[in-house]
Design a protein. Structure first.
Length: 231
């Protein structure tokens, strides 16, 4: 539970201005909803308007991450055959979103033979918006204050199961990890993160998020005219 001020973590409005409830920083859908949650869920106070705005792509976010991992992890295997299956079979809009942007990608077999595999390009704008919401909620938990809405959040997926960004193996990335705090999360394999901040500019932060242990996002926060690479 967060001990942050009694304001909305995303817009800063107080309880005297708007009704506030508890909001999960990492969406409950990643676990399968109520009854499936981790021991130490991170929560913040949030207004209904902000929850509706930030959570409109949660189902797509969950479906995409689970599809990336497949049956490689117990939680994703269970979700793939339950929540995700129901979402894609019962909701035409969810199914249409999921199979949008098909493409063929080369896949090299151990024998050296190159085959083409049908894949679907995720809507990264929607995915990144969900990660930005997590950044803002986690910042609120860590700092006990709002991350200004003027602050820009840069998000990049650096690992999605077999796809690994070249940045992961760079010295700069390893140095960044060395500067970060220890792993934090909810007490299970579904969600974890590490972070660091610029001591002279507190709104400049860097985050690494792990989902289902196999999908990793790197995020930076900086002023509108700032350079995330320099943070």
């Amino acid at each position: 539970m967060s001990l942050a001020p009694d304001i909305c973590a995303y817009c800063g409005r107080s309880r005297s201005e708007v009704e506030l409830t508890r909001d999960h920083v990492a969406p409950k859908a990643l676990w399968g909803g109520n009854g499936q949650l981790a021991p130490r869920m991170l929560t913040v106070t949030a207004c209904e308007d902000c929850q509706n705005y930030w959570d409109r792509d949660v189902e797509y976010f969950r479906n995409t991450l689970v599809a990336m991992v497949g049956e490689a992890e117990p939680t994703t295997k269970k979700l793939l055959h339950s929540n995700v299956h129901r979402s894609l079979t019962k909701k035409p809009s969810a199914r249409a979103d999921f199979v949008r942007n098909p493409r063929l990608i080369p896949l090299e077999r151990p024998s050296g033979i190159i085959e083409l595999k049908l894949a679907f390009e995720p809507d990264w704008q929607r995915i990144h918006r969900c990660v930005e919401k997590i950044v803002r909620g986690a910042f609120f938990c860590k700092s006990n204050r709002l991350l200004s809405q003027d602050v820009v959040v840069h998000v990049d997926c650096i690992k999605a199961d077999e796809m690994i960004s070249p940045a992961v193996n760079t010295e700069a990335f390893q140095n960044l990890l060395n500067e970060m705090e220890d792993y934090q999360g909810c007490g299970d394999e579904v969600f974890a993160f590490r972070c660091t901040r610029n001591p002279f500019t507190p709104d400049e932060t860097a985050w690494v998020f792990w989902f289902y242990q196999r999908v990793i996002f790197l995020a930076f926060t900086c002023p509108p005219d700032g350079d995330p690479a320099a943070s």
